[in-house]
Design a protein around this ligand. Structure first.
Ligand SMILES: [Zn+2]
Length: 385
């Protein structure tokens, strides 16, 4: 069995050890040492990366009590190597893992819900609990968790004997046999866990619950710890400042400012709709009784082309086609109270490199053609343009 140096000192990131074996495996070499501070993947915490001498360790796994370092080059058995763990990555994972225990422990103590899933991703940590928690409750959990962090309490990892274990009350995802490792965060959590943790809660840094999502009768939480939480808060503060400046409101009132802006936008939309209705009615009046009408104008939305074509088609005594350029394409709508437009639409698609369709009295779509090409097409269709 590999001697696991992180059991005695989770802050040991450099060590020397003897190479016991080295086997070629899929895409690398599996190296076993007599002792190692590398943490092998387990309990939701990914395996460490780093270096053994000059050789890169891409991942670390456990196999039959041995710590297996997956390396990108071979190492000679019998030699002594210097092990160096990717310290920043490992410290982050220790902080996140302890942070997760604090949050899960507090949720269990306050609400009796169990942690049923835990994933440590590159961006954040996700935690699944088997009960529904609302935002106000999670804010309470977050405050209590940060209080535990501020008090810088000692975190203990130990293997109690069978008798002591029997008397202990601890969280565990499954029934455990053999030596059980118990990780204790005073006043927050007692949990069976094989992961590497910080030695004092202060190391975790800020704990931030980023999101909540209800799933299968439970809740999925997304957490950030330490530096990640700090960077996130900095980015949020910066965004808030910029939004506040744009809305001309204090940073603490941006939600009210945004709500006011949304209201204003809605009012403007209604105003524009009313004005364009009047405009379209006036344009339609100009075409009363003239037969087929083609309008090619810039700046109309797809909905505007339809509304204008509709207004004109009601009074012109024929069909009305409206084309309007948007981002390199001409949007169109054709409406008729007298003719089945589907054959015309097929010819538009074919002759003007377009797409679209619709019902007998209304077709819509877009074409890749110039205003002149569109006019020529309708002239050839016998429309006076
Ligand atoms: Zn754990």
């Amino acid at each position: 069995m590999t001697e696991r140096l992180f059991e005695h000192d989770p802050h040991l990131f450099a060590f020397t050890a003897k190479v016991l074996s080295c086997e070629e495996t899929d895409g690398g070499f599996a190296v076993v040492l007599d002792r190692s501070a590398f943490f092998p993947d387990g309990g939701g915490q990914p395996g460490d990366t780093g270096f053994l001498g000059e050789v890169r360790v891409k991942d670390t796994r456990e196999r039959d009590g041995q710590t297996v370092h997956l390396c990108d080059a071979p190492l000679e058995p019998g030699t002594t190597v210097a092990g160096n763990i990717d310290t920043a990555e490992r410290l982050m994972r220790m902080r996140e893992h302890t942070g997760e225990h604090i949050v899960s422990g507090i949720i269990y103590r306050r609400f009796g819900f169990h942690n049923v899933g835990f994933h440590m991703g590159a961006e954040s940590v996700t935690v699944d609990v088997d009960g529904v928690l609302m935002w106000e409750e999670l804010l309470e959990v977050q405050r209590a968790a940060n209080e535990i962090v501020r008090r810088d309490l000692p975190v203990r990892a130990e293997y109690p004997d069978a008798e002591a274990l029997e008397r202990m009350e601890y969280r565990s995802k499954k029934k455990l046999t053999g030596a059980v490792r118990i990780v204790t965060v005073p006043e927050a959590d007692v949990c069976a866990c094989c992961g590497v943790h910080v030695t004092h809660t202060g190391e975790v840094g800020q704990i931030l619950i980023l999101s909540r999502e209800t799933r299968k009768g439970g809740t999925r939480l997304e957490l950030l710890c330490g530096e990640k939480a700090e960077r996130y808060c900095e980015a949020l503060a910066e965004q808030s400042r910029r939004i506040g400046a744009m809305l001309s409101v204090k940073t603490t009132q941006i939600a009210d400012g945004a709500a006011k802006l949304a209201e204003e936008t809605e009012r403007r939309k209604e105003q524009i709709a009313a004005l364009s209705k009047r405009l379209f009615a006036e344009i339609a009046e100009g075409h009363r009784g003239v037969g087929n009408v083609l309008i090619v104008e810039e700046g109309f939305s797809a909905d505007d082309t339809r509304r204008l074509a509709d207004a004109v088609a009601r009074v012109c005594g024929g069909s009305c086609a409206v084309f309007s350029e948007q981002e390199g394409r001409q949007l169109f709508a054709v409406i008729s109270e007298t003719e089945d437009l589907r054959p015309l639409c097929a010819r538009i698609r074919e002759r003007l490199s377009g797409s679209g369709g619709g019902k007998a009295d209304c077709v819509m779509g877009s074409v890749r053609a110039s205003a002149d090409e569109i006019r020529t097409f309708f002239e050839e269709e016998g429309w006076s343009v």
